[in-house]
Write a protein that binds this ligand. Structure first.
Ligand code: ADP
Ligand code: MG
Length: 264
């Protein structure tokens, strides 16, 4: 199972949309995909038709066993989604209390890694969506994944958020054996605005190595898909946004494969 996470310490930049779009495209190819919602807001959980305010069990349950994950627990938490190839580990609002509880206790950084180990044989891919703040959930996402996708909205204030995220990654990488590879993905691009054009130029200048060279355009079909609760490729397989995500997926798969070879 390959594990990818989507993260940025800023909200509203297209994290959840990116996670769902990539999961949908992998699932369309027949892959068995697990989506993991680590954001207490539960946008991805809502996206797939489950109410994070009303769920009585969620990923939060994984964190209630002193950092260990009892056998079978991860599988017991799985929910079905509107796509037959995609299963969901849902979030719930109780997840918000996690940051407070476990900050004092420590030892909670590998809970999601341990849960995913239990699900290894059931899925080809796991895609983790994370909250826009650095805390226990994001640390878990970063520890569990082999590659990170960082969506960055192409507007003026976005670059500060990206700087913060890159700083976090530098710190996290000091405690890992291998540096976590990440790909910056320009999102919500509008070619008619100066803000989009100049942000893209700056990204190409400052982050050429980590940057995916294309971008995800503004596409209302992506929002429509979230309202309809289906993955974007099922709503409109060839909308501009879906075509862009398809190109992004190809790029990420190549990256992931070439690194697999380096290790082997
Ligand atoms: P985040 O998870 O980073 O908070 P979301 O993925 O929830 O961001 O996106 C924020 C809002 O923008 C949502 O309403 C989503 O439907 C919309 N959105 C995201 N990407 C696009 C896009 N490329 N074009 C149009 N709307 C988008
Ligand atoms: Mg989100």
């Amino acid at each position: 199972m390959r594990v990818w996470a989507v993260a940025n310490q800023k909200g509203g930049v297209g994290k959840t949309t990116t996670a769902v779009a990539l999961a949908g495209l992998l699932a369309d190819q027949g892959k068995r995909v697990l989506v993991v919602d680590l954001d207490p807001h539960g946008s991805m959980t809502s996206y797939f038709g489950h109410d994070p305010d009303r769920l009585t069990s969620s990923v939060f349950n994984l964190f209630q066993h002193k950092g260990q994950v009892p056998a079978g627990l991860a599988a017991a938490l799985l929910l079905e989604t509107s796509h037959e190839q995609i299963s969901l580990l849902p979030s719930s609002t109780s997840l918000a209390t996690l940051e407070r509880q476990s900050a004092a206790q420590g030892g909670f950084g590998l809970v999601i890694s341990r849960a995913l180990e239990q699900l290894e044989s059931r899925f080809d891919f796991a895609i983790i969506d994370s909250p826009p703040l650095l805390g226990v959930s994001m640390i878990n996402a970063l520890a569990a994944c082999e590659q990170l996708v960082v969506p960055v909205q192409t507007e003026f204030l976005a670059l500060k958020g990206l700087e913060r995220m890159v700083h976090t990654l530098t710190m996290v990488n000091r405690s890992r054996k291998r540096a976590l590879p990440f790909t910056i993905v320009p999102t919500l691009f509008d070619r008619r605005t100066q803000a989009s054009l100049s942000t893209l130029r700056k990204l190409r200048n400052d982050y050429s190595e980590q940057l995916w060279q294309a971008y995800i355009p503004i596409d209302t079909k992506l929002r429509d898909a979230s309202l309809a609760g289906v993955v974007p490729s099922r709503l409109e397989a060839n909308s501009r946004g879906v075509l862009a995500y398809r190109a992004l997926l190809r790029y990420l798969l190549v990256q992931s494969l070439s690194r697999g070879r380096e290790v082997a």
